[in-house]
Design a protein around this ligand. Structure first.
Ligand code: DP6
Length: 419
C-alpha cells in the first residue's frame, strides 16, 4: 500500500425494529448477552432507517464519526468493541478503477471516517441505537470485505446495542440468547421475511413527553439487580412465549400474535414497575391508547390491533390489515386530533397515502370524525389535543442494503469529510 490519496467508501441503509417479545436484562454487561430470547418485527426503512457512509483512506490520521451532522467521540467501549471485532475479520480489498489495494493486514493501520444519519427525529424517542449500530457493522463489513453471514455480523452489532442485532434482517427476527460465555451463540436469526405476512400495517403514535426517561441500558441494569418478576419472566415466561410467538408468526395467526405481543409489552412494563426505584416509561396517553385498543378488540370478538411499548411512552400499533388500519387511524385521530393549525401531512407521516383512504386528506375532515361506535363510554373525545406529536404509518420491512448511488453518500468522495 503506497501513500496514495484515494478515498474508498461504502454507504448502507439499515432498518430499525420493534420487539414483540422484549429483551430486558443482561447476564453479561460487557458482551451484551441477554437473560432471555426476544423477537422483533423489522420496520420499513423507507419510513424509519439509518444511513451510514464509511470511508477509508491512507490520508486519514484517526478514526472519526459524525452522527446527524455532529462529530461524536468513538472512544466508548461499545464503538471500540464493534470496530475491533470487525477489523479482526477484514479481508483483502481491490478496486482497480480507483487504484485501491488494501491487504488484510493493512486494516489495523488504516483509519476510518463514519457518517451516520437517521431519517426520523432523534427527539421522537424511537430506538435509534438499533438501526445505528446495525448500519455501522453492516457498512464496515462491506467496506472491509468481511466474509461473514448476517447472523455472525449480528453478534458484532449486539456488542454496540443489544437490540441492534435484530436489525441485520428484514421481516420477523429472533435474537437467540445463547448459552456460551463468549457470546458466540448469542445471535439473531430470521424467522420469516417481510413478504411472509404483508397484510400487517403498523401505526406508531409518537407521544409528547415532558418527562426525562431512564435509558434502556441503566433501566434494565436496575431491573436485573432488583426485580424478582424479571427473574420469573426470563426463566418461566419468555421461553414458552417465544415458542408460541414463533408459531403465531409462522401461521400468520393474528389472534395469538396480538395476545402474546400485548401480554409481553405489559409484562415488560410490570417489570419496570417492580424495579427499585420503579421505572415509568408509559404515561397517561399510553394508557389511554391501550384502553382504546383493548375495548375495540373486545367488542370485535377477535383481535384487530396489537400494541407494544418500548422504553418510552410511544405506542406501536400493529393492525391486522389495511382496512383495520384505516379504522384505527380514524379512531386515533378522533381521540388525539392535531393542534388547530397542523397540516395533516405532517401529523401523519411515513406512508401517508392512508390519509386519503381514511377520508382525512381534506380540510376540516378531523372535525367531522365520528366517535368509534364500539367504544361506548366516551373517554373524553377531542380533549387530548397535542398529546400525540404525530403518527407514523409503516409496515414490516426489508433488512440492510448497500446504496450504490454515490449521491446518497454522506461523505465527500474526495476529502472523506461530511458533505
Ligand atoms: C425495551 O438495545 O437499547 O427496546 O443493549 O443496553 O443498548 P442496550 O439496550 P437496548 O434495549 C432495548 C430494550 C427494549 C426492548 C427490545 O428492543 O427488545
Amino acid at each position: 500500500m503506497a501513500a496514495e490519496k484515494w478515498v474508498y467508501m461504502v454507504t448502507a441503509q439499515t432498518p430499525t425494529n420493534i420487539a414483540v417479545i422484549k429483551y430486558w436484562g443482561k447476564r453479561d454487561e460487557v458482551r451484551i448477552l441477554p437473560v432471555n430470547d426476544s423477537i422483533s418485527v423489522t420496520l420499513d426503512p423507507d419510513h424509519l432507517c439509518t444511513v451510514t457512509t464509511v470511508a477509508v483512506s491512507p490520508s486519514f490520521d484517526r478514526d472519526r464519526m459524525w452522527l446527524n451532522g455532529k462529530e461524536i467521540s468513538l472512544s466508548g467501549s461499545r464503538y471500540q468493541n464493534c470496530l475491533r471485532e470487525i477489523r479482526g475479520r477484514a479481508g483483502d480489498v481491490e478496486d482497480k478503477e480507483k487504484g485501491v489495494k488494501i491487504d488484510k493486514k493493512d486494516w489495523e493501520k488504516l483509519h476510518l471516517h463514519i457518517a451516520s444519519h437517521n431519517n426520523f427525529p432523534t427527539a421522537a424517542g424511537l430506538a435509534s441505537s438499533a438501526a445505528g449500530f446495525a448500519c455501522l457493522v453492516f457498512s464496515l463489513a462491506k467496506l472491509m470485505n468481511v466474509d461473514e453471514d448476517a447472523s455472525h455480523l449480528s453478534a458484532i452489532a449486539r456488542q454496540g446495542s443489544g437490540s441492534a442485532c435484530r436489525s441485520l434482517f428484514g421481516g420477523f427476527v429472533k435474537w437467540e440468547m445463547g448459552s456460551k460465555d463468549d457470546g458466540s451463540d448469542s445471535i439473531a436469526v430470521q424467522l420469516a421475511d417481510e413478504k411472509h405476512w404483508n397484510d400487517l400495517v403498523i401505526i406508531i403514535a409518537v407521544v409528547s413527553s415532558r418527562q426525562k426517561e431512564t435509558s434502556s441500558t441503566s433501566g434494565m441494569r436496575e431491573s436485573v439487580e432488583t426485580s424478582l418478576l424479571l427473574q420469573h419472566r426470563a426463566k418461566e415466561v419468555v421461553p414458552k412465549r417465544t415458542l408460541q410467538m414463533e408459531e403465531a408468526i409462522k401461521n400468520r395467526d393474528f389472534a395469538s400474535f396480538t395476545q402474546l405481543s400485548c401480554a409481553d409489552s405489559n409484562q415488560f412494563h410490570a417489570v419496570c414497575l417492580d424495579t427499585s426505584p420503579p421505572i415509568f416509561y408509559m404515561n397517561d396517553t399510553s394508557h389511554r391508547i391501550i384502553s382504546l385498543v383493548e375495548k375495540w378488540n373486545r367488542s370485535e370478538g377477535t383481535p384487530q390491533v396489537a400494541y407494544t411499548f418500548d422504553a418510552g411512552p410511544n405506542a406501536v400499533l400493529i393492525a391486522r390489515n389495511r382496512k383495520v388500519a384505516v379504522q384505527l387511524l380514524q379512531g386515533l385521530l378522533y381521540y388525539f386530533p392535531p393542534k388547530s393549525d397542523t397540516d395533516m401531512k405532517s401529523y401523519v407521516v411515513g406512508d401517508n397515502s392512508i390519509l386519503k383512504e381514511a377520508g382525512l386528506d381534506g380540510a376540516n375532515s378531523v372535525e367531522n370524525l365520528q366517535p368509534p361506535p364500539e367504544i361506548k363510554d366516551n373517554i373524553g373525545s377531542q380533549d387530548q389535543k397535542g398529546e400525540v406529536s404525530y403518527f407514523i404509518c409503516t409496515k414490516p420491512g426489508r433488512g440492510p442494503v448497500v446504496l450504490p448511488d454515490q449521491t446518497q453518500a454522506l461523505l465527500d468522495p474526495q476529502t472523506g469529510l461530511p458533505k
